[in-house]
Design a protein around this ligand. Structure first.
Ligand code: TRP
Length: 431
């Protein structure tokens, strides 16, 4: 039995036996929670820890990542720096992007001058995007600059239609609005193609979807994603739609004749909860005679209230939104950002604060460029020299800065800009 089949079999066995979950971390494409203030145990999640968690029916995701998902260690980061000639960005060197599948084969391509592309995506949500949504895009923009390759961004409006109570038109409209926020991250129009599934669905894309449907059976879908017979059939069919853009032949306008061979690999920067889609895709790729996608996974930006959950638009006070004013950002951080400090100043001076659970510190880890300053803040806060209010003020400045930069670009993004990014066109690369 191959490893994934083995897992599927084990899962079915457990489902029959109805064994109980004994772990706190929950990470699926639809839910991310933990009871621990320091957040999800990411090492454990990828099975990087000796004491592996018990196989559980609830953790389809955790089981799926265990196979072939590796920690992004210092050696790979050093090789990345050698191959690209760029210093690793904050999110890479501080472990926000912490795991991967086959990232080294992308580095091989870069080293040999062989083509590859970047693929990422987003399921639309109403209103403005929040900082947590933007993390993978900020990183992807940086990667695209460093690698100098095409980027494909999929908006899964069909996914939202299937999962939420909304009309097709509402889902399409939402994805167009979200595109504007994504474009504001600063992507290069000449190398970036953004599409929403409802509008892009074209013969080459659909053919890949159908090929994936044929290669994966119902038991596998259930094991990987946890669908139940009560779920509508669209949910079980959808994963192929998210997987198909991994294949270059889905985009003939970009990859031309060469793309038809499906041997131009892609690298997918995404949050770790998206792994089930791509593990499935890696399983089917050989059957389609296609390159397996490589992946690089991020942790989640914690909610303001603490690392027990990620930022979630449905609870606005957990998030910093792209359209929050500097004042709103300041108020939210002051009022809600969970503090690892002590109850009184005297106690704080005596005992010091805990950076691991302090959300302001965690934000600085994501966004403060200066390693020396970050280390100094950590030291001073841990010793009690720096107070919670002071730490919050420092985090506020950094978050305000990043949001202001994006808001400035957002002002110039119109419906016409969206039309340009979604237009079927070729890129300045020869294949
Ligand atoms: N399902 C993802 C979401 O809900 C959207 C998505 C589509 C995606 N394709 C992707 C995310 C590729 C990462 C990489 O947000």
């Amino acid at each position: 039995m191959t490893a994934p089949e083995n897992v599927a079999a084990k899962l079915e066995e457990l489902q029959v036996n109805g064994e109980e979950e004994d772990d706190d971390d929950k990470v699926t494409p639809w839910e991310v929670t933990t009871t621990k203030a320091s957040g999800i145990d990411y090492d454990k999640l990828i099975g990087n820890e000796e004491k592996n968690c018990v196989i559980s029916t609830n953790f389809f995701f955790k089981i799926s990542v265990r196979f072939g998902c590796r920690k992004l260690d210092e050696d790979i980061i050093a090789r990345f720096e050698r191959v690209t000639g760029h210093k690793a960005c904050v999110m890479l060197r501080r472990g926000m992007f912490f795991a991967h599948r086959d990232f080294t084969s992308i580095l091989d391509c870069k080293e040999k001058g062989e083509p590859f592309f970047l693929y990422t995506g987003r399921g639309a949500s109403s209103g403005s995007l929040h900082l947590g949504h933007l993390v993978p895009f900020i990183f992807t923009k940086w990667l695209q600059e460093v690698f100098d390759v095409p980027l494909i961004v999929q908006m899964t409006d069909d996914e939202k239609f299937l999962w939420k109570d909304m009309t097709v038109d509402a889902a399409k409209k939402m994805s167009r609005e979200n595109m504007k926020d994504i474009i504001s991250v600063g992507f290069d129009l000449t190398k970036t193609f953004i599409f929403n599934n409802f509008d892009y669905m074209c013969p080459p894309f659909y053919e890949n979807i159908v090929k994936i449907w044929k290669a994966v059976n119902g038991n596998q879908t259930r094991s990987i994603f946890g669908f139940t017979p009560e779920d509508c059939m669209g949910k079980a069919a959808f994963p192929a739609v998210e997987a198909a853009p991994c294949f270059a032949s889905s985009f003939p306008h970009i990859f031309g004749e060469k793309g038809k061979k499906n041997d131009i690999p892609c690298l997918i920067p995404c949050a770790i909860d998206q792994d089930p889609y791509f593990r499935m895709c890696r399983d089917v790729a050989p059957k389609l005679k296609a390159s397996k996608p490589s992946l690089i996974f991020s942790t989640f930006l914690p909610a303001l209230q603490g690392a027990q959950t990620k930022m979630s638009s449905s609870e606005p006070n957990t998030c910093i939104f792209l359209d929050d004013t500097p004042k709103q950002i300041k108020n939210k951080i002051n009022k809600y950002a969970f503090s690892g400090g002590q109850k009184t100043i005297e106690e704080h001076r005596a005992k010091g604060g805990n950076c691991d659970v302090d959300i302001s510190f965690q934000f600085l880890r994501f966004f403060l460029e200066d390693d020396v300053e970050l280390e100094k803040i950590r030291e001073q806060y841990t010793k009690g020299e720096l107070l919670s209010g002071e730490l919050k003020a420092r985090a506020t400045v950094e978050v305000q800065k990043i949001i202001a930069e994006m808001a400035e670009r957002r002002k110039n993004v119109t419906d016409e800009t969206v039309d340009e990014f979604t237009k079927i066109r070729s890129f300045p690369y020869q294949y």
